[in-house]
Ligand binder design. Structure first.
Ligand SMILES: Cc1cc2nc3c(=O)[nH]c(=O)nc-3n(C[C@H](O)[C@H](O)[C@H](O)COP(=O)(O)OP(=O)(O)OC[C@H]3O[C@@H](n4cnc5c(N)ncnc54)[C@H](O)[C@@H]3O)c2cc1C
Length: 457
């Protein structure tokens, strides 16, 4: 087992860090204050080879799956809002890749990025006023009318909503079938009946555009149904006949693949806060004689970093960041190598990354003191930016539900396998009744841990 990054991964990390330092950070405060889309940084990312289709192919080329999490962490270290403005189109591309035919993917993915100097954006629109975590309750409808689909509904909190060139919209074709009655549609910019609603003014990640998207008798060609008519009809038929599709578990597994990148993004913010706090506490001499007296009088006039109390808390911050990063790196490696994340490893990495970012930025602010409340310190921005990582792409509570359900399913599977093996062994050794032996084992093992599984089902 090798925990070290390869030379190529280290070089890529250095490139991303340089871009974040030289291009993102100098304009981060400005775009945060103005809540403006950083078009010039998106263009620069294209020039540096850090945005667009070629860049996506490069991310996918790493056999260890580390490029994508290195990229997310380093760009978010620069500024989370700008990083999302650069990478938000990949959500739409992922939606196209998971539902589209090869022809649709080839046609629409380039429209989410553009080529050369021509910058285009994509958006992925699922969330509605009444349906975020509860995706099966979507109310946006898609009705077939001759050679067209007619979409009606409102999507909320959509990254790049309204400014994107391509919107991948999830709508219901048959509301009675829940998520199995839904399909994804491509809605190009300037389609009649499609418009941007309210632009959100947000606490954090303010350089990333978030808005409502309104669809009123919005007509799109039949071809814009991702996957095509035949596939949709087969899916609806299976759902109506009550036949299982296996799709729910597929969807869960797909989300597991994308979550490490979100975890890595959150870690980028925590790392930024940690590095800045370390440097700040190492440079400034302690000014307050009263605090000196209460703490360690021998360190009076010396950098706060020499105080044991401060060292203890910074050690915790560093350890938590490192633990979260290891979860992210492992989950990303598993995803790239096709190792099923049946224990919820992807969700664990997102959950831990988001919680660590929130906790670490707050802890750093506590250590730094009042200046952390002001815009003279970047900590207040990182603190604001961190919050969203406990909310979007599945809230922290939803991650916990997924993890506990996947863990319970794993446990029950192992239990059933163990019971089967024991039954076979007893049958071959003393010819006893295999079924009752298996039952006995199941009951015995369940006494200690079965209750835990039951509470999460
Ligand atoms: C800045 C930003 C960008 C976004 N970008 C996009 C985007 O590009 N595309 C898109 O489709 N969406 C996007 N979203 C929406 C985001 O994914 C949802 O807000 C999120 O999934 C939560 O859904 P919700 O808002 O409906 O909250 P709800 O699901 O209503 O949740 C409210 C609270 O209840 C809790 N909760 C819900 N269900 C359970 C449960 N079963 N058990 C325990 N607790 C529960 C949640 O954890 C949360 O704390 C974005 C949101 C924001 C803020």
């Amino acid at each position: 087992m090798d925990f070290g990054l390869t030379d190529e991964q280290r070089e890529f990390r250095a490139l991303c860090r340089r871009f974040a330092t030289e291009v993102i950070r100098p304009v981060a405060a400005k775009h945060d204050a103005e809540e403006s889309t950083p078009w010039e940084v998106i263009k620069a990312a294209r020039e540096w080879g850090l945005e667009g289709i070629d860049h996506l192919q490069r991310l996918a080329s790493d056999p260890d799956g580390q490029f994508s999490v290195i990229y997310a962490e380093e760009l978010h270290w620069g500024c989370a809002g700008i990083a999302l403005a650069i990478s938000g189109s990949t959500l739409a591309a992922a939606g196209l890749a998971s539902s589209g035919t090869p022809e649709q993917i080839a046609r629409w993915v380039p429209e989410c990025f553009g080529t050369g100097d021509d910058i285009k954006l994509g958006a992925y629109a699922v969330t509605e006023p009444q349906a975020g975590s509860d995706v099966k309750s979507l109310r946006t409808t898609a009705r077939r009318d001759g050679d067209e689909w007619v979409l009606n509904g409102t999507k909320v909190f959509i990254t790049n909503g309204g400014i994107a060139d391509v919107h991948v919209v999830v709508a219901t074709v048959d509301p009675a079938l829940g998520h199995r009655g839904q399909a994804s549609f491509v809605v190009p910019k300037r389609t009649p009946g499609f418009k941007q609603g309210k632009k959100e003014s947000k606490l954090g990640i303010r350089a990333s555009h978030t808005a409502e998207v309104i669809l009123e008798d919005c007509r799109i060609p039949l071809d814009n149904l991702l996957g095509g008519m035949d596939k949709l009809e087969r899916k609806l038929e299976r759902a109506r006949s009550g036949e299982s599709s296996g799709r729910a578990s597929n969807a869960l597994a797909t989300f597991e693949l994308t979550r490490p990148v979100v975890g890595a993004s959150a870690i980028g913010i925590a790392q930024a806060a940690y590095e800045w706090t370390l440097a700040y506490l190492d440079n400034g001499a302690v000014q307050d004689p009263m605090t000196d007296l209460l703490d360690e009088s021998s360190t009076a006039g010396r950098p706060p970093l020499e105080r044991q109390g401060i060292q203890q808390r910074l050690a915790d911050v560093a350890t938590e960041i490192e633990a979260a990063r290891l979860l992210v790196q492992r989950a990303s490696w598993m995803g790239r190598n096709g190792i099923p994340m049946t224990g919820g490893q992807g969700s664990m990495s997102k959950l831990k990354g988001g919680d660590v970012a929130m906790w670490a930025t707050r802890t750093c602010m506590d250590l730094v003191g009042p200046i952390a409340q002001t815009t003279d310190s970047p900590l207040e921005k990182w603190f604001r930016d961190a919050k969203i990582y406990q909310l979007f792409e599945g809230t922290a509570e939803i991650q916990r539900l997924v993890i506990s359900r996947m863990q319970a399913a794993e446990y029950r599977k192992r239990l059933a396998e163990g019971a089967g093996i024991a039954a076979e062994a007893m049958e071959s050794t003393n010819g006893s009744e295999p079924e009752s032996a298996a039952r006995a084992l199941e009951n015995g093992a369940g006494a200690g841990t079965g209750q835990r599984a039951a509470t999460v089902s």
